[in-house]
Design a protein around this ligand. Structure first.
Ligand code: LWT
Ligand code: ZN
Length: 240
């Protein structure tokens, strides 16, 4: 199924274009966000996030990240408002992280990275019948990106509701999946305020192992982040 890809020297982000030519497309993610080049857009209403009745199904290691899947058979956990014309259903969340310090997030802010980045993945169930169909449509997915930075506080478990920072101010732009198949189907919403997690929690993410399918040797899963991609004339909007 599909081509093997990873974050190593041979199969990492700089080689993805070979099997996924869209890697060189016009709306690739992540990007470097430059706050004072973002345009404040008064038409951007507030983000409305309702995870009150979210039901997580499982937590798994898909070989590229640790993923928590949710029941998306109805609109119990949705995000709407902001740049979105419809409610988008929560499907899963996962993380990207680095081996140390301020490397590990996918988006950067004026060139500054964070220790990790949480992606809450939602799909447009109003316009599309399945997640798979939405994942290839230009307005099919909405991913909420939240920066994690190391500090002494803990975050309590994986309930996405308590993973949100106090402020829902955000940047938004049209982009793509940050991993193969790199579909240009994501409306990105990146929160300005990072959440704080403890070094212990970050250490846990860094401890996760994944297997190399072929030679089945254990490899450390870290630095599972794609570097920022060319903006190619796209506008980044900012909530007021
Ligand atoms: N980092 S990210 O937030 O830009 C992101 C968000 C959603 C998805 C992906 C990456 C990729 C990575 C694993 C699965 C694949 C995709 C998907 C899942 C199931 C079926 C089809 C597809 Cl394309 N879902
Ligand atoms: Zn991701």
């Amino acid at each position: 199924t599909g081509h093997h890809w990873g974050y190593g020297k041979e199969d990492g982000p700089s080689s993805w274009y070979k099997n996924y030519p869209v890697a060189e497309g016009n709306r690739q993610s992540p990007i470097d966000i430059v706050p004072n080049e973002a345009s404040r857009d008064r038409d951007l209403g507030p983000l409305m996030i309702n995870y009150d009745h979210c039901t997580s199904i499982n937590i798994s290691n898909n070989g590229h990240s640790v993923v928590v899947e949710f029941n998306d058979s109805d609109d119990r956990s949705v995000i709407k408002g902001g740049p979105l014309d419809n409610p988008y259903r929560l499907k899963q969340f996962h993380f990207h992280w680095g081996g140390k310090g301020h490397e590990g997030s996918e988006h950067t802010v004026s060139g500054k990275g964070f220790a990790s980045e949480l992606h809450l993945v939602h799909w447009n169930a109003v316009k599309y019948k399945t997640y798979g169909e939405a994942s290839t449509a230009p307005d099919g997915l909405a991913v909420l990106g939240i920066f994690l930075e190391g500090s002494i506080t803990d975050f309590k478990g994986f309930n996405p509701k308590c993973l949100l920072p106090s402020s829902l101010h955000f940047w938004t732009y049209l982009g793509s999946l940050t991993t193969p198949p790199l579909h240009e189907s994501v409306i990105w919403i990146v929160l300005k305020e990072p959440i704080e997690v403890s070094e212990k929690q970050l250490g846990m993410l860094r401890m996760l192992l994944f297997t190399e399918e072929e030679d089945n040797q254990k490899m450390r899963m870290e630095n599972n982040f794609r570097p920022p991609q060319p903006l190619k004339g796209r506008r980044v909007r900012s909530s007021n």
